[in-house]
Design a protein around this ligand. Structure first.
Ligand SMILES: [Zn+2]
Length: 187
């Protein structure tokens, strides 16, 4: 999945969360994108350099042409940041701390869950990294061209707007219900 789609999925998590969580949308968005930081600052610059690009930032095709990236430490950091084991050790323990920590944990796992089916073959995710089990996904969203990526962003953008609507009209958490003032006059 592209990072903007992940951002929208995280934003949806934030929108769904109770309103008493301060900055809930920002938390959802940030933690929904977070696992891909390793991609942006490590894997893509290194692979771009390896592929001899003028601007050292890899394109999808470079992953096909330079499969040696699979053995490079930058790729392994990416695998680690996309593993459920990492999530369980680093995020899940904070679950009970606060509602904001719960939301961050959910948004982070939304990213991993979205990436699991969208990477196939050798580039499949290793959900239990460092246990070397590769999940062979169903399609390669990371190799999509601009058209399908734009469609994905648009689709999740619309889904976000729909969720916003649902949140104002139907889904109201108990903590968001205003206490009705007692006007009956009975003592
Ligand atoms: Zn990712």
């Amino acid at each position: 999945m592209d990072t903007v789609t992940h951002a929208f999925i995280g934003l949806i998590c934030g929108e769904m969360a109770p309103k008493d969580i301060k900055h809930r949308r920002k938390i959802g968005l940030a933690f929904g994108m977070l696992p891909d930081i390793t991609n942006v600052i490590l894997v893509h610059p290194y692979l771009g350099w390896l592929a001899g690009r003028t601007i050292p930032f890899a394109l999808g095709i470079d992953f096909i042409n330079f499969p040696e990236i699979l053995d490079h430490w930058t790729y392994h950091v990416w695998l680690l940041s996309h593993s459920l084991l990492f999530w369980a050790i680093v995020f899940a323990p904070f679950w009970k701390r606060s509602s904001a920590a719960k939301l961050a944990t959910i948004a982070y796992v939304s990213h991993i869950i979205a990436d699991i089916p969208s990477h196939t073959g050798a580039y499949g995710l290793e959900p239990f990294y460092p246990i070397p089990y590769i999940f062979d996904g169903w399609f390669d969203a990371w190799l999509w061209g601009p058209g399908p990526i734009a469609a994905s962003i648009l689709g999740f953008g619309l889904a976000y707007l729909a969720v916003r609507r649902i949140r104002t009209e139907w889904l109201i958490w108990p903590s968001e219900r205003q206490v009705e003032p007692d006007l009956s006059g009975t003592p």
